[in-house]
Design a protein around this ligand. Structure first.
Ligand code: MG
Length: 224
């Protein structure tokens, strides 16, 4: 079973789907399109990962058996606490169980090729071990979700740093948008996009993702 784990109680909740927002920080959009003016999306860019892609603290990210460039993307994750459809902005918060930090691991060259050919990103984003999740902190244990620092260290060197205040679509916007198309279920995980600083990882690297003082997850990268 694929599940999220609550930090304090250790309770496990099954995950039925993982929805992800791409292009949600303007500094990341700029780094992905060098030399071009950063075009901000009018609606969130959405893709999915299967729940079987989840790994947690102490586990390994396994490079699939392809020649590819594997990138880290550190992100705020939101976990849904109450089922909902067509959720209104004023009600969005009541559907949130809690937050954590995650890594949206991405086979960057496969994604670039898919973009160029107009094909889905499914393999580039959804391969086994591509969804790294910390334990989940209940929302009332967090001061303010729009005021948190995200950091990613590789072998103890800071490689990515961002702030949730710079998200183009805020958590409530994302919940309203997604719930028009998908019933959001208790346990569902939402990746909210990465700030600038994405880059490749190598076999043997140790990755530590941190959300303020609230959550962290440590994983290693391995070749098959
Ligand atoms: Mg991402």
């Amino acid at each position: 079973m694929s599940y999220i784990c609550l930090k304090k109680s250790g309770e496990r909740i099954a995950v039925s789907k993982i929805l992800c927002v791409g292009a949600n920080y303007s500094d990341h959009i700029a780094e992905m399109n060098p030399g071009k003016p950063a075009e901000l999306p009018k609606e969130p860019v959405i893709f999915m990962k299967p729940p079987s892609a989840i790994i947690r603290d102490g586990e390994n990210i396994i490079f699939p058996d392809v020649q590819s460039e594997l990138h880290h993307e550190v992100e705020l994750i939101v976990v849904i606490g109450k089922d909902g459809k067509n959720i209104k902005a004023a009600d969005a918060d009541s559907h949130i169980l809690g937050y954590g930090v995650g890594l949206d691991m991405t086979l960057r060259d496969l994604q670039a090729e898919a973009k160029k050919k107009g094909r889905p990103w499914t393999i580039a984003k959804g391969f086994d071990t591509s969804a790294v999740l910390s334990d989940v902190v209940l929302k009332n244990e967090l001061i303010q979700v729009n005021d948190l620092t995200l950091k990613l260290f590789i072998n103890d060197v800071l490689r990515q740093e961002g702030h949730t205040s710079n998200m183009i679509f805020k958590v409530s916007d994302i919940i309203v948008y997604l719930s028009q198309f998908f019933t959001l279920c208790r346990g569902d995980v939402i990746f909210t996009g990465t700030p600038k600083g994405v880059g490749p990882v190598q076999s043997g690297d140790r990755l530590r993702a941190v959300l303020g003082e609230y959550a962290e997850v440590i994983v290693s990268v391995k070749k098959i």
